[in-house]
Design a protein around this ligand. Structure first.
Ligand SMILES: O=C1C[C@@](O)(C(=O)O)C[C@@H](O)[C@@H]1O
Length: 254
């Protein structure tokens, strides 16, 4: 893992994993409250999980909400994520709407990163990477399996594909059914980070069994981890204050 991704003042890929906290508000009021609360926490990056937003299919309302969120968050880097229902999110939209939504937001210049799911048409992924990069927006290319943990080879191959497609931060989240699955994810992370990646990667094993993978990224090669504020966006996210303490202990003693 060589290159560092610098997002505003945050260096992803250097030192302890950076902490990203999702916003999951459904209304503009809830989002404003959430953003205000997040400003009081020790975190590095905020993710807007726009699939929770009641007006996600109205681009004007998405842009207006983004404007408000951006002004509250000030200099905190923001990831824009529409997580599809098939990958553990709240809603499903057409491929055309997905591209339009992400392209429009990337063009506003009000987010630093967008999350694009790997399992879209390859041409759509490429279009979004190009559009984002044109506006100096980084791209997380992500994949989620909420039911199982694929083999090590499959995890590495998906991360490599995300890298090949131009993702600045290849990411995968998988569900363990036993502790061996957690080891599979950690081993895949180590192999990808040490042997194939020329950029930071993000991995996690979800739910209770997988919590350890959200803490040990510095050792095994995952550069960013998701923590919860009031409400988690996926199983296994621990409160952000505890997360920072553990990451710091592991950083200072490794
Ligand atoms: O992809 C991810 C990772 C995640 O699913 C997690 O397991 O922490 C949480 C999501 O909000 C985010 O978009």
């Amino acid at each position: 893992m060589a290159k560092i991704v610098k997002v505003k003042d945050v260096l992803i890929g250097e030192g302890a994993p950076k902490i990203c906290v999702p916003m999951v508000g459904e209304t503009l009021e809830q989002l404003k409250e959430e953003a205000t609360y997040l400003r009081t926490l020790d975190l590095d990056i905020v993710e807007w999980r726009v699939d929770f937003f009641e007006h996600v299919e109205d681009l004007e309302k998405v842009k207006a909400a983004l404007h408000e969120i951006r002004s509250i968050l000030a200099n905190v880097p923001l990831v824009f994520t529409f997580r599809s229902a098939r990958e553990g999110g709240e809603k499903e939209i057409s491929a055309a709407s997905y591209v339009e939504l992400n392209r429009t937001v990337a063009e506003t210049g009000q987010v630093e990163l967008i999350d694009v799911e790997l399992f879209n048409e390859e041409a759509d992924v490429k279009t979004l990477v190009e559009a984002a990069h044109k506006h100096n927006v980084y791209v997380i290319i992500s994949n989620h399996d909420f039911h199982k943990t694929p083999s090590k080879e499959e995890i590495v191959s998906r991360l490599r594909k995300a890298q090949e497609l131009g993702g600045d931060l290849p990411k995968i989240a998988v569900m363990p059914t036993n502790t061996a699955d957690v080891l599979t994810l950690l081993d895949a992370t180590r192999t990808m980070a040490e042997e194939h990646a020329d950029r930071p990667i993000i991995t996690m094993s979800m739910a209770g069994k997988g919590v350890v993978s959200r803490l040990t990224g510095e050792l095994f090669g995952s550069a960013l981890t998701f923590g919860a504020a009031k409400k988690a966006s996926a199983p296994g996210q621990i409160p952000v204050t505890e997360l920072r303490e553990i990451l710091t202990v592991l950083h200072n003693h490794s």
